[in-house]
Ligand binder design. Structure first.
Ligand SMILES: Cc1ncc(C[n+]2csc(CCOP(=O)(O)OP(=O)(O)O)c2C)c(N)n1
Ligand SMILES: [Mg+2]
Length: 305
């Protein structure tokens, strides 16, 4: 079901998209304790405004390269919760037949890979292909603050700028790379890394989906204009652990960031009767996804392997 892309410009739909991500990830984390999930996972809880805002402005035909924290991006892109849940359970009905798991998914023009920075040169190559074929599409590539330490990012930025590739770098700075705080890993300015290559930057510390949406609209328009790459830097917070339990943050820090909740911020714009409606519609999507996927068969084992 594609419940948002392009038409996702009203407050209720933006809220519902963020709530789908939140409830999906909460259910996913709870399913770990039942042993139904295969492999690892990284929840997007707290960062929902980024995905919902960005995918409310990109075109359905644009190409997306996501990273290890990809579920929120995928759901906001319009991906089906059921197929994602099935993939996470290793089921044959999953996005890639149950063989990719949480970090390696593909659907339509959406790709994800768990190797930090590994997707960036591939995204640049895809942007070159789109440019050569004159399709008008842009390529989005998502990275985290910790991925600023990967050399392949800078090689890709250089080529993308030189060749004026239609690529939008989206940097989600959630202030941590696994357990390492950004202050201990990233020297100097984040935006200057991009502007050094002549790449224009749109940057904001925000968890407000409407602010993300308006910045993303400008950054995506720039990437689509033929002038070369653009960059969107969003300073945000993840509420859950890096993966499952690896969280060095103090209770005080967690309490402070939980006050900056994208659902609460955007919820102020909704009418009272819209909350139960969103809750029941989202519960149906998420419960159906996991309940249905859990009944599906596993893929056949392949004798060649
Ligand atoms: C090349 C590489 N090195 C290490 C890892 C292990 N790893 C997975 S996620 C992660 C931290 C990523 O931090 P960041 O880029 O800030 O993204 P976030 O997890 O905060 O969303 C690490 C070290 C990896 N996946 N790939
Ligand atoms: Mg990070």
């Amino acid at each position: 079901m594609r419940y948002n892309v392009l038409a996702m410009d009203d407050n209720f739909t933006l809220y519902k998209t963020m709530l789908v991500i939140r409830r999906f990830e909460e259910r996913l984390l709870s399913e770990f304790s039942t042993g139904k999930i295969v492999g690892t996972t990284h929840a997007y809880i707290g960062q929902e405004a980024d995905a919902a805002g960005i995918f409310s402005v990109v075109d359905t035909e644009d190409v997306v390269f996501s990273n290890h924290r990809c579920h929120g991006h995928f759901l906001a892109y319009g991906g089906e919760a059921y197929q994602l849940a099935a993939e996470l359970m290793g089921k044959a009905s999953g996005l890639v037949g149950g063989r990719g798991g949480s970090q390696h998914i593909h659907w339509r023009n959406f790709y994800s890979n768990g190797i930090q920075g590994g997707i960036v040169p591939i995204a640049a190559g895809m942007a070159l292909a789109e440019k050569e074929r004159n399709t008008g599409k842009i390529v989005l590539v998502f990275i985290g603050d910790g991925t600023l330490g990967e050399g392949s990012l800078y090689e890709s930025m250089n080529i993308a700028a030189l060749w004026k590739l239609p690529i939008l770098f989206v940097l989600e700075d959630n202030h941590y790379a696994q357990t390492t705080p950004v202050e201990k890993a990233v020297a100097g300015s984040m935006s200057a890394r991009f502007t050094a290559f002549g790449i224009p930057v749109w940057e904001r510390e925000t968890s407000d989906v409407l602010e993300v949406r308006s910045l993303a609209m400008e950054a995506a328009a720039s990437a689509r204009s033929g002038t070369g790459p653009a960059c969107l830097i969003l300073h945000t917070h993840r509420f859950s652990a890096h993966s499952k339990g690896d969280d060095p943050r103090s209770p005080e820090e967690l309490a402070r960031i939980h006050k900056i909740d994208p659902l609460t911020i955007h919820g102020l714009r909704l009418a009272t009767e819209e909350f139960p409606r969103a809750a029941s519609e989202v519960a149906e999507i998420v419960n159906n996804a996991f309940d249905r996927a859990s009944l599906d068969p596993f893929p056949e084992l392949c004798s060649e392997y």
